[in-house]
Ligand binder design. Structure first.
Ligand SMILES: [Zn+2]
Length: 334
């Protein structure tokens, strides 16, 4: 195939997604490959990225010389200068080199690193956002953790190392006894992320605070098998203890969205991440609260709240958009 192509990569704790697309970046032209994230050695991730990209190029008759750029989205934190991820608990190694090993196999092709939530907000901006939302837009992922990407005044907020908008560690409960992975107490993600919901259910069952019969039945009396999915399922079946945890998950997400809107004064908050499998339970009460009586949660005009339609592809779409925006010198990334 002739013409020019861009490449996007999304590196997650469980999956690696690689996509190439013609420069027009039409959704229907994105070609994808997905593989489990390998964790056997430090360079396993970069090797897998190169392998998937090579396969995509060969299978579609695209030459390396037709690639205009590679966008790499991953959970951070990043050392931007070295092009590495460091201290990421989910990827298995203290340091994971990305840029150099990929550049070795794809020389002379510009490579851009970006935090996964920052990529996601670019993806929403390019593929999904309406015109009046585009300049003041927030993307929040509610998944293993909670993270955010922010476009404010038409520019992507990056911070000194590309890690701005770590909204999941915003304090939503000052009297909280629940400790977050970050070391603080009462962060938004201890109440509303998948990990937070699971840990709360397990702790409260252990301590005998909660009975949770319906929840325990779902995991055949083995609390170690509980995930957020079972807690939501038990709540739907009327399990009182699970209902309380789900109610808290929703309440603190209202607080979290309120903080986000106070800080960034956004038109719309788009939401994604694995917890959106239960979006029919989580989002309507939040949307209603922001329509009926937003002042409890935010001083600014309330934002619209929408679930992204891009689903699991949001990071990949964002990585592709990043390359296009960089090439076009779009003000959003400069
Ligand atoms: Zn925290």
């Amino acid at each position: 195939m002739g013409g020019q192509y861009i490449c996007g990569v999304d590196i997650g704790g469980t999956w690696i997604r690689v996509g190439i697309c013609t420069y027009d970046l039409k959704e229907e032209n994105i070609l994808r490959k997905t593989a489990k994230t390998p964790k056997d050695h430090q360079l396993a991730i970069s090797e897998k990225v190169c392998e998937l990209l090579n396969e995509l190029l060969i299978e579609n008759g695209v030459g390396k010389h037709q690639l205009m750029g590679i966008g790499l989205a991953s959970a951070g934190p990043f050392d931007m200068e070295k092009g590495e991820i460091f201290n990421n608990a989910n990827l298995g190694f203290k340091i994971i080199p990305l840029k150099e090993p990929i550049r070795d196999k794809f020389p002379r092709i510009p490579i851009y690193l970006i935090n996964d939530c920052n990529a996601a907000v670019l993806g929403v901006h390019y593929f999904e956002a309406e015109e009046e939302e585009a300049d003041n837009l927030v993307y929040i992922t509610i998944s293993t953790g909670i993270g955010g990407g922010v476009i404010c005044n038409g520019r992507l907020l990056l911070g000194k190392e590309g890690n701005a908008a770590e909204v999941g560690h915003g304090l939503v409960e000052p009297k909280s006894q629940i400790k977050c992975n970050c070391g603080a107490y009462g962060c938004w993600e201890v109440y509303s992320s998948g990990t937070g919901v699971r840990k709360r259910a397990q702790t409260e069952l252990n301590e005998g605070v909660l009975k949770g019969n319906k929840l325990l039945k779902l995991v055949k009396n083995d609390p170690t098998k509980i995930t957020a999915k079972e807690v939501f399922k038990a709540a739907r079946k009327g399990d009182d203890s699970s209902k309380k945890i789900v109610e808290d998950c929703i309440f603190y997400t209202k607080v979290g969205f309120g903080l986000v809107n106070n800080f960034y004064d956004c038109v719309t908050i788009y939401v994604g991440g694995a917890m959106m499998n239960d979006s029919d339970v989580i989002l309507p009460p939040i949307q209603k609260a922001f329509e009926d009586n937003p002042i409890i949660f935010t001083i600014n005009k309330p934002p619209k709240i929408k679930k992204t339609r891009l689903g699991e592809d949001v990071g990949l779409c964002g990585a592709l958009s990043l390359v296009k925006y960089k090439y076009e010198k779009h003000r959003i990334v400069f």
